[in-house]
Design a protein around this ligand. Structure first.
Ligand code: SF4
Length: 220
């Protein structure tokens, strides 16, 4: 029974979705523990290891107890755990909108097709941009409605790199593309100006939860 599989969970909480086209919606989050990719701008270092062990079914029932209209599985890097796949499947059986946020280093071809995948593309300032899993791009072009590509940018260099990436990989005008700023590192007005000047077909986003609560608050 896949529901009895165990997963390592960093936290399960109820908050406002902050970073996708679902931003602003009440959302239950299941943050799986474990990562190790070492992105320089990571803001969830506490979830890179450890976590509490529970079954997939226990995690699903905790998340459902909030009665939120959507549930997001995040991390850490959730796809490092084999239990992430049955977890997403069981959530899809019970909730109309399931989101997955992944660092974008691992293939997503085994993820339940009902899941909306928010996939990070790491720019140069992350120190790990060479590790992006490029195979995911062809899957996105086949089923663009399943994907949102998220770029969290720290500089003009990151912005120019991301602009080239979305056009070079045919994502512009095909998939939802999210451009945001590393909190406190890139001025939002600068980023907005560049997007408008270049007439980019991207959605600018804030990390909404960092404006509602203090930026380093956990469990939101
Ligand atoms: S993939 Fe995500 S959790 Fe892992 S180090 Fe990078 S930003 Fe942090």
């Amino acid at each position: 029974m896949s529901g009895s599989l165990e997963i390592a969970v960093s936290e399960i909480f109820h908050s406002i979705q902050g970073e996708s086209s679902f931003a602003g919606w009440p959302c239950a989050f299941i943050r799986l523990a474990g990562c190790g990719h070492g992105c320089r701008n990571c803001d969830t270092g506490y979830a890179e290891e450890g976590g509490v062990t529970m079954t997939v079914t226990e995690a699903v029932s905790r998340a459902l107890s909030f009665g939120a209209p959507c549930i997001e599985v995040t991390g850490g890097e959730p796809l490092l755990q084999a239990g992430a796949y049955p977890l997403l499947e069981e959530l899809c059986e019970n909730c109309p909108q399931v989101l997955l946020e992944t660092g974008g280093f691992l293939p997503v071809d085994q993820v339940d097709p009902r899941v909306r995948i928010i996939l990070d593309i790491k720019p140069p300032s992350s120190g790990v941009s060479g590790a992006n899993c490029i195979e995911n791009l062809s899957l996105a072009l086949e089923s663009p409605h399943r994907f949102e590509f998220k770029f969290v940018l720290a500089s003009r260099e990151d912005y120019l790199w991301a602009k080239e990436f979305i056009f070079g990989n045919l994502l512009a005008g095909t998939c939802t593309i999210l451009f945001g700023a590393v909190f406190g590192k890139l001025e939002l007005q600068l980023l907005a100006g560049w997007i408008l000047e270049d007439r980019l077909p991207v959605r600018m986003q804030l990390q909404l939860h960092k404006y509602i609560w203090k930026p380093d608050t956990r469990g939101v």
